[in-house]
Design a protein around this ligand. Structure first.
Ligand SMILES: [Mg+2]
Length: 240
C-alpha cells in the first residue's frame, strides 16, 4: 500500500526499549532473566538454556526470515507471555540502570505540543511505568499500549490497526519509531505508515529536525531503507 505522500504526520508511535532509551547492561539483565525463565521451565542449567535459546532464535530466523523477539523465542520453547512477564516484573531492575536524559525529555515535550504521542511496546504495563519514571518521561506520552493489554506481541497487524484506531489516525498520519525494523516497523510500513528506525539516542534526537525539514512520509526518504532492514539489528539482539 502506498500512503498519500502529501499527508501530514499527526501522531508518533514510539517503541520503548531500545528506542526511547538504549542500555546494553539492562538488555543483558533482560536476557539473563529470560534464560533463567527457560532454564526453570525446562529444568536445565542456565548454560544449556542459553544455548537452546540461541539455537531456537536461529531456527526462527531461518523459518520466518525475520528476527524474533525474546518472547517469541521463549514461546517457541514452550513458555508463555504471562509467565515470562511475571518473571520480568519480579526480577528486572530498570531503576539500577536507567537514568534521565534531559535531551530526550525536552524532545518529547516539544513533540507533544505538535503531535499525538503514543508508546506501543512488547513490554508490560507495570515495567513500562517504572521505566518511564526512571527516564523522567511520566505524563509526557498520553497513550500507552503494552503487551498485557492483549498478549498479542509485536509484530502484529491487528494490533497496529487497533493502535491507529485508538489514536484516530490514518496510517499515513502515524509515524512509527522503533529500534528493530522487523519487530517495530515492517507491519506499520506495509500498512502505509511512515517509519523511522532509531537505534541510538543521536538518531532519536534527530527526529524533530527530520520531521520539520522534510515532512516525513513514506515517499520522502525517511522510511527505513532496504539496508536498514537487513543489517541494522541493535547490538543487544533483544526485544521483549
Ligand atoms: Mg525495542
Amino acid at each position: 500500500m502506498v500512503a498519500n505522500a502529501c499527508a501530514e504526520i499527526r501522531g508518533i508511535v514510539f517503541d520503548l526499549d531500545g528506542t526511547l532509551y538504549v542500555c546494553d547492561r539492562y538488555a543483558a539483565e533482560i536476557h539473563a532473566e529470560a534464560v533463567g525463565y527457560i532454564a526453570a521451565l525446562m529444568q536445565i542449567s542456565t548454560a544449556e538454556a542459553g544455548l537452546i535459546m540461541a539455537a531456537t532464535r536461529l531456527r526462527l530466523v531461518e523459518e520466518s526470515g525475520t528476527v524474533p523477539t525474546i518472547s517469541a523465542v521463549c514461546t517457541g520453547l514452550g513458555g508463555n507471555g504471562p509467565d515470562l512477564h511475571r518473571v520480568f516484573l519480579q526480577k528486572l531492575r530498570p531503576e539500577a540502570y536507567l537514568v534521565r536524559d534531559e535531551r530526550v525529555i525536552r524532545l518529547l515535550k516539544r513533540l507533544a505540543e505538535k503531535f499525538t504521542l503514543a508508546i506501543y511496546t512488547n513490554n508490560n504495563r507495570a515495567l513500562t511505568a517504572r521505566i518511564m519514571n526512571c527516564l523522567g518521561l511520566d505524563g509526557l506520552i498520553a497513550h500507552i499500549f503494552t503487551i498485557d493489554d492483549t498478549w498479542r506481541g509485536k509484530p502484529d497487524e491487528e494490533m497496529v490497526c487497533r493502535v491507529l484506531a485508538a489514536l484516530k489516525l490514518s496510517p499515513e498520519e502515524a509515524l512509527f519509531v522503533g529500534d528493530r525494523y522487523d519487530v517495530d516497523l515492517r507491519v506499520p510500513e506495509q500498512l502505509g505508515c511512515p517509519v523511522y528506525l532509531s537505534q541510538h539516542l543521536e538518531q532519536l534526537l534527530r527526529l524533530e529536525e527530520l520531521i520539520s525539514r522534510s515532512g516525513i512520509t513514506p515517499s520522502a526518504g525517511i522510511s527505513a531503507t532496504p539496508a536498514d532492514r537487513t543489517v541494522k539489528e541493535p547490538k543487544s539482539p533483544l526485544d521483549f
